[in-house]
Design a protein around this ligand. Sequence first.
Ligand code: FES
Length: 99
Amino acid sequence: MKSVRSDWATALLVCRKCSKRLGGGFGPKGRTPLAKALRKELGVGKGRKGKFGVVEVKCLGVCPRGGVTIVDGANPGEWKIVPARHNIEEIVSALRLRG
Ligand code: FES
């Protein structure tokens, strides 16, 4: 099996359907999807060269009202529900993505 290196310290799985149901739900106007807002805040792109991976995935089966389900690959035993319009900086520090 071949392998490909990546610089990711972890991969965040963000439910795309939750974001869609909120019409985005984040950012100044509440129209930015969580994955996009997180990528912007963390300064990472979509590829494997960033410090973190932020990957939108299909419905995770939790389907919270007014929030988005995310799974941190480094802590997969505890999924998080991020309330809509929650401050992105606070989300990043709650997930301990910065030193
Ligand atoms: S819609 Fe997001 S977990 Fe189901």
